[in-house]
Design a protein around this ligand. Structure first.
Ligand code: SF4
Length: 292
């Protein structure tokens, strides 16, 4: 065995760029979101324990310069509790130098765990859960087939926080189309306020041709926002987001205006930066950079 065993597309949050990527499931247990093309055609399954074991062993031997592990794919928290306990215990035994283990967890899989189970995972080394909220607006969540209401999202986010785990929430600019843009922004701000996460990651919707949303765009049934409209949406979202601490980030390659806002102190300055960009006083990332 001379490398990690990866199957299909492996994605990770930008903040996990320097983590060992350990694949324990293939695909996503939900796999219905209309904008997401990552795991299309992939049947969700849990990988063989022997393969995972071999990968942990390989990482311990060859990637010991990395201090963090990110467990993939789309929703690794869906694993049964005994499997997660096994996984975190093995990581601890083989890589005692790890400072954090992270994974994606959707609202359903978070809510399936009891508070005690989440705490148990934290005690075994799980440090952060990444939750894809996308929007705080009920109609948008229905439209994109996220399968969860804003109320359940808030419940899930709060549960992660209450278990002492870090919570990072991803939201999407442009996902509501034009007419609902600002409603989406305000509702998302309200849900983020209720969750009070440690990190917010704002991404800009990228249309993938192999998705339901891609089809809608082709048929002219979904309006893509212009750069100024995306910025206005971002401004509205940030304006309505009241966090007691934490970081509000929109620095992903798909964003036009990279922002790193320390909340709540940096919020006013960030709103001013967006206003400056909107009035043309500071340049936006050129279109060609956005594809990177
Ligand atoms: S839950 Fe996440 S990974 Fe799964 S389909 Fe939706 S966006 Fe894609």
């Amino acid at each position: 065995m001379d490398e990690m065993h990866y199957e299909g597309v492996i994605i990770r949050p930008p903040s996990e760029a320097n983590s060992v990527l350990l694949q324990v499931t293939v695909g996503c247990s939900h796999n219905k979101c209309t904008f997401c093309g990552t795991y299309k055609g992939e049947r969700f399954r849990i990988k063989d324990q022997a393969i995972i074991e071999a990968d942990i062993h390989y990482a311990a031997k060859n990637l010991s310069f990395l201090r963090r592990v990110f467990v993939t794919d789309g929703d690794a928290l869906i694993l049964p509790q005994v499997k997660l306990i096994w996984l975190l215990t093995r990581l601890r035994e083989e890589m005692p130098w790890l400072t954090r283990v992270g994974l994606y967890g959707n609202a359903k899989s978070i809510l399936r765990k009891t508070q005690e189970e989440l705490k148990e995972l934290r005690e075994l080394g799980l440090g952060i859960v990444y939750l894809g909220l996308e929007s705080g607006d009920a109609e948008v969540l229905r439209e994109i087939k996220k399968g969860v209401s804003p109320e359940r999202m808030i419940e899930a986010g709060t549960k992660v926080r209450d278990a002492g785990l870090k919570l990072s929430v991803t939201v999407l600019l442009g996902i509501a189309g034009r007419d609902r843009s600002l409603t989406h922004a305000r509702a998302t701000g309200a849900v983020l306020t209720a969750m009070d996460p440690n990190y917010v990651g704002v991404l800009t919707l990228m249309i993938l041709p192999n998705t339901e949303l891609g089809q809608k765009v082709r048929e002219g049934r979904f309006d893509l926002l212009t750069q100024p409209e995306l910025l206005l949406e971002l401004r509205e979202m940030l304006f309505y987001t009241h966090m007691t601490r934490g970081i509000f980030l929109s620095n992903h390659a798909s964003n036009y205006l990279p922002l790193k806002v320390r909340m709540p102190a940096g919020k006013d300055q960030a709103l001013q930066a967006i206003d400056a960009a909107l009035s043309g006083r500071i340049p936006l990332k050129p279109e060609w950079l956005r594809a990177l």
